[in-house]
Design a protein around this ligand. Structure first.
Ligand SMILES: *Cc1c(COP(=O)(O)O)cnc(C)c1O
Length: 390
């Protein structure tokens, strides 16, 4: 038994980050007030391979500004996967639009292209595919369907910085891509976000709306409309720039942590881990275990047992359509039946410790503990079928 509690997520901070933030505290004022934001945005756009990047206080605000720039509003429908953090869908309410929840794919756990297409109506204005836990959905099909029906695409890449699909970076697929730098994410600014796009028109609208609707070049303090105030501080931008300069190392570390889990769990029939396909470079933001359904172990129970062994974990997201927050929206449609994959995986899956402070020994301890816990659930000592087997 280890004494220290093993955290579920957290960043890697070195002297480089401390140096950059200290420099920003001392020097990023007066005519240099924006130097770190400018450098961070330029470097971020180059890293993703797009023209524009706008630093923001959160990914939630990035989605809000995207919807505003696209003119999504009252009476419009936007399709989101049923499995994601509520930040993906919450901004729909801010603009008066209605969420429609589509099912996830059984392997990638990301938006199912078929389910997405089946939920399109004459009111649908946009879709928000999510790169869940560092994976990427079948983007070719999703983009093709969206183009065919004239829908905007907002790619929620909050969990997938550094992931790739057919060699292209996560965040570069939609009309806009959005990122989060919350303390739990692969790179952090404490709190923070980024919006990226190749569309100059969208970029200009985002800049306008995030700073109280001021027209560039207009008289000072002469606002055209009531806008929003969504800016990232230069101290956060300095932290973000330092993290971005280490991004290959951070991504490599995430992938190595996953490879440790894979090695220690490769022979167990009790659980399946995140999938990866040949097309996707998965960065495994959260190593996630789906318990073999034959064991009949619910995620809440497994989390309690892990906690007794000083291991923190998190539940696989509850389907958004099952949340009290969406009781009204969900009364209009039988989501439980239609989003069958979401409703079958969610109750039996947990996020395992995936923080950047993990050691190989920590991972071995987590895996050994998992195996002991799950072994007691094997009926009559009979091994269940492996969950990937037919
Ligand atoms: C973390 C996260 C967000 C929200 O990020 P904030 O910066 O906290 O607003 C959005 N979508 C997904 C999928 C996330 O995991």
């Amino acid at each position: 038994m280890v004494n220290k509690k093993i955290a579920v997520s957290g960043p890697s901070i070195t002297s480089k980050e401390i140096e950059y933030v200290s420099d920003a505290v001392k020097n990023a004022w007066y005519e240099d007030a924006n130097i770190y934001n400018d450098r961070f945005e330029r470097a971020f756009a180059d890293y993703i391979g797009v023209k524009y990047a706008v630093s923001l206080p959160s990914c939630t605000s990035a989605i809000h500004l995207s919807l505003l720039a696209m003119g999504v509003g009252a009476g419009d429908e936007v399709i989101v996967p049923d499995i994601t953090w509520i930040a993906t869908s919450a901004p729909l309410k801010y603009v008066g639009a209605d969420p429609v929840f589509a099912d996830i794919d059984r392997d990638s756990w990301c938006l199912s292209a078929d389910s997405f297409e089946s939920r399109i109506t004459s009111k649908t204005k946009a879709v928000i595919p999510v790169d869940l836990y560092g994976n990427i959905p079948d983007m070719d099909s999703i983009i093709q369907i969206a183009r065919k029906h004239n829908l905007y695409v907002i790619e929620d890449a909050a969990e997938a910085i550094g992931s790739e699909y057919k060699g292209k970076k996560a965040g570069a697929f939609g009309d806009v891509g959005v990122f989060s730098f919350h303390g739990s994410k692969t790179m952090t600014t404490g709190e923070g976000g980024m919006l990226v796009t190749d569309d100059e028109n969208i970029w200009r609208k985002v800049l306008y709306n995030r700073d109280h609707a001021r027209k560039p070049g207009d008289k000072l303090f002469y606002n055209q409309e009531v806008g929003y105030k969504y800016k990232m501080s230069s101290l956060q931008a300095a932290l973000g720039l330092a993290q971005l300069e280490r991004i290959d190392e951070l991504v490599q570390q995430k992938r190595e942590i996953f490879s440790w889990y894979q090695a220690y769990l490769k022979d167990t029939p009790y659980i399946c881990l995140n999938s990866s396909s040949l097309e996707v470079k998965n960065t495994y933001w959260m190593v996630t275990a789906v318990v073999n359904p034959e064991l009949e172990m619910e995620k809440e129970q497994l989390m309690r047992l892990l906690d007794q062994h000083n291991i923190s974990s998190r539940p696989f997201f509850y389907p958004l359509s099952s949340l009290p927050a969406y009781e009204f929206e969900s009364s209009k449609f039988n989501y439980r039946e239609y989003n069958e994959v979401s409703y079958s995986i969610s109750p039996i899956a947990v996020n395992l410790p995936s923080g950047l402070n993990l050691t190989r020994d920590d991972v071995k301890y987590v895996c050994d503990t998992l195996k002991v816990i799950l072994k007691t659930r094997s009926l009559n000592n009979r091994l269940p079928r492996r969950c990937n087997d037919e």
